[in-house]
Design a protein around this ligand. Sequence first.
Ligand SMILES: [Zn+2]
Length: 399
Amino acid sequence: MGLEDIVPAGVITGKDVVTLFEYAREKGFAMPAVNCTSSSTINSALEAASKAKAPVIIQVSNGGGGFMAGKSIKDPNAAAAGSVALALHTRAVAKYYGIPVVVHSDHCAKKLLPWMDGMLEANEAFYAQHGEPLFSSHMLDLSEEPDEENIEICVEYFKRFQKLGIFMEMEIGITGGEEDGVNNEDVDPEKLYTTPKQVWAVFEALSPIGSGFSIAAAFGNVHGVYKPGNVKLSPEKLGNHQAYAKKMLGCENDKPIFLVMHGGSGSTDSEIDLAVSNGVVKMNIDTDTQWAYWDGLRTFESSKREYLQGQIGNPDGADKPNKKFYDPRTWIRKAEESMVKRLLVSFEKLHSTGTYEPSPESGAPQIGAGKKTVNPTVMMMAGVVVGSTATMLARSMMK
Ligand SMILES: [Zn+2]
């Protein structure tokens, strides 16, 4: 049985997310979680996933949400409003790409919990209307706090998540480097490697509440791209976490834990392979797609520079109009095409290419092609409602 027989296309939540991760862990592939800050980058990620015939994770960060809301907005709820907007855009278009989509939010440190609370409010409102949460999954990152407090806060939030059918990712141990305004460049090197006992403590605390959680255990990962040799990745340590958990559980499953890899940029293929074979089901992609998006625009500008210096006048004639070159749809599309191309490499590296083959009879647009299908008419209506819900939610947050 293929993945398309057990998980529907479109945005998935609840049990479907767990089913997807279980399938990936068993088959030995991982999903790219692509940091998106605009409708354009979301569409690029969805396009790449559709071309790769693979599930994808659309990931929004606090800074990405703030950007989506608009940089001029200083309201403390702007990041939540923007994250909701990104999630709603994803929901409005995901069904046309014919692959399963997980909508997830990235690192949420203790000081950012109001952002999480804002997203939870939107989840509750969406749940009341549609019987499922707006987001599929959220990450809580209390890794800077003492372990005991980290786990305690995760337990508290996981209980709330479970009521709505939301998956949870947590972090224990620290991802080094700098990302989204959080700088861990000078962190104690020992904290860059999580121990099996720490991971087990998390598993033991969360598993009685539900199975829908994953752990970002640090194994020397660093956000961003650094010169080779500066980072010492030890993905073999992830195998130790699984072995320890297996021993403690006395279970048959060699990989009882869902693991997540941050800071994968610049990792070698064999490091990624080892991480995935040790139960990593999600790898975050940000730095490499940021570069690819820019590089697409850079290449376009350099090849068409003489057509981009004024509204009229180019090498073809002094009175020739340049509108078709400076129309944002032209140059943003170049950025998108470059990002799609880079993401196809990520799907390959994570061995997820071709893992989702929608049935031919379902045709396009493919709406919930799997088992738990949502009636297309209802989905269309939901699409309309979503628009006004977005405005309502954004309004209520701005109060
Ligand atoms: Zn990260």
